[in-house]
Write a protein that binds this ligand. Structure first.
Ligand code: NAI
Length: 283
């Protein structure tokens, strides 16, 4: 299948990164969010990232302008009527995603593939909200998108081979490494990562050590590039909570119970780096 035009939904941490790598690979990208200011914020992040590449002489300013020229802003979902592929990166909430996919199914051309960047939600259930479940697939990028090589590709129950192959080829064209996984809560990445982060939060909650000590132990002792609490701030504590709830509900096992401290931080609006405060404070 020939894909030239892509709509990315959600101009947050992930959506802006996905739009950047797609535009860099030469795709025409429509970056969509609920409000103009959200799209502009995403666009500013892309501009900043690319400017850094120019100042490090990894890219010319003409190349930067060409990449930025590949991206157009949108606050109207009807713009999906012009694209071959939609990559949804809105919040990690099943209702939001199924509402979006229902609308996209009506708007997008019949040949268009509808992909979700969900971190944990069942692709089969998102696909069932549409009349084209065979063209719905999970395309799970890692954060920060321009840097991280992995894309987990998740087949829903009905996803056809041709759609899988197309997404695999696009992933490679983006300079990423595709890994195929089956549709279970949290897939592979977050089924393993998120319980570790949740346990780190319990460790803090129970007063076993300070946040700095917990992060230092995991960094120096396990050779992780950053501690789990720093990583949680980086991912977004709301996203961490949504993922733990998906694992808890999906497997029905209390070993996935979200730590009450995580809930408390999210209720306070301490969402991590993106809100300026999580376990740590950010400028
Ligand atoms: P974020 O909070 O930075 O951005 C979400 C964006 O979606 C916001 O700008 C919001 O206004 C927008 N949005 C919400 N509802 C929308 C709608 N109906 N239409 C259009 N835009 C809408 O969140 P982030 O971190 O970018 O996460 C987005 C998705 O990516 C989630 O599903 C998350 O699980 C997934 N993900 C997150 C990773 C992370 O490390 N943060 C890693 C991989 C996947």
């Amino acid at each position: 299948m020939n894909v030239e035009k892509i709509m990315v939904i959600g101009a947050g941490q992930m959506g802006s990164g996905i739009a950047q790598v797609c535009a860099t690979a030469g795709y025409k990208v429509i970056l969509n969010d609920l409000k103009q200011e959200f799209v502009e914020r995403g666009f500013a992040v892309i501009q900043q990232n690319l400017s850094r590449q120019v100042s490090k002489e990894r890219m010319t300013s003409e190349e930067m302008e060409a990449i930025l020229g590949n991206i157009t802003a949108s606050t109207d979902l009807n713009d999906a009527g012009q694209v071959d592929l939609v990559i949804e990166a809105a919040v990690e909430n099943m209702k939001v995603k199924t509402d979006l996919f229902k609308q996209l199914d009506e708007i997008a051309p019949a040949h268009a593939i509808l992909a979700s960047n969900t971190s944990s939600l069942p692709i089969t259930e998102i696909a069932a909200a549409t009349n084209r479940p065979e063209k719905v697939i999970g395309m799970h990028f890692m954060n920060p998108v321009p840097v991280m090589k992995l894309v987990e590709i998740i087949r829903g129950l009905a996803t056809v081979d041709e759609v899988y192959k197309t997404i695999e080829e696009i992933t490679i064209r983006l300079g990423k490494v595709p890994v195929e996984v089956n549709d279970f809560p949290g897939f592979v990445s977050n089924r393993i990562l998120m319980p570790m982060i949740n346990e780190a939060i319990y460790t803090l909650y129970e007063g076993v050590a300070t946040k700095e000590a917990i992060d230092e132990v995991m960094k120096l002792g396990m050779n992780h590039p950053m501690g789990p609490l720093t990583l949680a701030d980086f991912i977004g504590l709301d996203t961490c909570l949504y993922i733990m709830e998906t694992l808890h509900e999906g497997f029905g096992d209390d070993k996935y119970r979200p730590c009450p401290l995580l809930r408390k931080y999210v209720s306070a609006g301490w969402l991590g780096k993106k809100s300026g405060r999580g376990f740590y404070i950010y400028e």
